[in-house]
Design a protein around this ligand. Structure first.
Ligand SMILES: NC(=O)c1ccc[n+]([C@@H]2O[C@H](COP(=O)([O-])OP(=O)(O)OC[C@H]3O[C@@H](n4cnc5c(N)ncnc54)[C@H](OP(=O)(O)O)[C@@H]3O)[C@@H](O)[C@H]2O)c1
Length: 395
């Protein structure tokens, strides 16, 4: 049974883990606090980047000799395998730690089995402390392990009447500076930001993290454009500014003239900026326009992307939703009315009300004048069938 001091240490470990969201892929975020033999905090650490020390090793280094006979409180079951770094179980044993309290079992076959290895090393192990909180902090990585593809968060801004842009296509700025600053937080926490060619043509977005997090040296996300024909990026486009790596996904049958021109633009951007830029050929969607979005996610996963921020626009978001490839939705709802203009979401393969994708709202927050709604797709089909609904339209 975990003690109150261990629960407090776990809360701290969860907060430490969150510091590295967006920086550790393909690894999870992990935080660790070492309590000395008397139960007092002796050291702490977190996993800051793939290839760097694991959280346990960082916390043990911080605790030094005070770890002997103490307890390691860690958000994820310690690993027992040798990957890019040595196994944490061995480091804990060598430091003389007597007990390990962890929140979430490691679901990966390679790294799992830590609890049994701790047992074999004579270290008492207890799992499950604040497991829900710790799992929420690692939602992108845990989802990517479970689904074998990157976690997808679809973010969009809409007016109260559900418009994503004005009738002339302009969408800057529907929401307030507070909401836009929050988008930079989402970008900083993601491994990749994905948009469709329509958004690139209409908005010339930059898609990098800007503001305080960028100044603090955050890992910039990979900027990804789904652009079947390879024609969306014009010379001087902000996506070519070298502020972050850029990947353009084109169809495998895209015309050579367009892809040659695009490759030259991307080569020039890579040479001028500090980040790589390139293109990848993918199959077209089986039905509908554009690329096979599952193939796009598979390609990103292959490149160690474990979390994607899908920034639209409405057409590409519809394709992801139709394919069941959205794990969480964040809507910034502005108290603005437009009356005309493109909708927040285009065709998502839903033809009748019984097929409506219903969401569970998990949070509603005020950001300046705007609302931020966070929701997850519901567990199954809508409870009401068309025949159960009143014949008249909802007023
Ligand atoms: N309010 C917001 O949050 C927000 C966010 C983004 C954009 N916008 C607004 O949305 C408007 C642009 O809308 P949009 O719908 O044209 O943009 P979009 O969704 O970014 O781009 C659509 C294009 O993406 C390409 N694509 C690649 N794979 C696809 C697939 N599997 N399914 C569908 N499309 C795929 C297609 O072009 P190819 O055939 O060339 O590949 C398609 O025409 C602009 O006015 C912009 O300001 C608003």
């Amino acid at each position: 049974m975990a003690t109150a001091a261990e629960a407090q240490a776990m809360r701290r470990a969860i907060a430490l883990a969150a510091r590295a969201l967006g920086d550790t892929s393909p690894n999870p975020v992990v935080g660790c606090v070492i309590l000395d033999a008397a139960g007092f905090p002796a050291g702490e650490g977190h996993h800051a980047r793939a290839g760097g020390p694991h959280a346990e090793v960082a916390a043990l280094a911080d605790a030094g000799e005070r770890a002997r006979g103490g307890t390691a409180v860690v958000t994820l079951e310690p690993c027992s395998h040798t990957g890019r770094t040595g196994p944490c179980v061995r480091a804990l044993a060598e430091a003389g730690v007597a007990r390990v309290v962890y929140a979430v079992a490691d679901p990966t076959p390679a790294a799992g089995g830590g609890a049994a290895a701790l047992d074999a090393a004579g270290i008492e192990a207890e799992g499950g402390l604040l497991a829900d909180e710790a799992a929420a902090g690692n939602e992108p990585w845990l989802t990517s392990v479970l689904r074998g593809r990157p976690y997808v968060l679809w973010k969009y801004a809409a007016t109260l009447d559900g418009r994503s842009a004005a009738a002339d296509g302009t969408s800057r700025w529907i929401t307030s500076p507070a909401a836009r600053a929050d988008v930079h937080r989402l970008r900083a926490e993601a491994d990749a930001v994905v948009v469709g060619s329509g958004t690139v043509r209409a908005d010339d977005p930059q898609l990098a993290v800007r503001g305080p997090r960028a100044e603090a040296g955050v890992t910039q996300p990979l900027r990804v454009v789904a652009d079947s024909g390879g024609t969306a990026l014009a010379p001087g486009a902000r996506l070519l500014d070298g502020g972050a790596p850029t990947l353009v996904a084109v169809a495998d049958d895209a015309p050579g003239a367009a892809t040659g021109r695009l490759a030259a633009l991307l080569d020039a951007a890579a040479a001028a900026g500090g980040h790589p830029a390139g293109l990848v050929r993918l199959p077209r969607a089986g039905t509908g326009p554009g690329l096979d979005v599952a193939a796009l996610l598979a390609e990103l996963y292959r490149r160690d992307v474990r979390s994607v921020l899908l920034e639209g626009g409405p057409t590409l978001a519809g394709a992801f939703l139709a394919a069941g490839l959205v794990d969480r939705v964040v809507c910034y709802l502005a108290p603005v009315l437009l009356g005309a203009g493109p909708p927040a979401l285009a065709d998502a393969g839903i033809g009748t009300i019984g097929e409506a994708l219903r969401l569970d709202v998990t949070a509603v927050d005020h950001l300046g004048p705007d609302l931020r709604l966070t929701a997850v797709p519901g567990p199954g089909p809508a409870p009401a069938t068309a025949t159960e609904l009143p014949a008249t339209k909802e007023s």
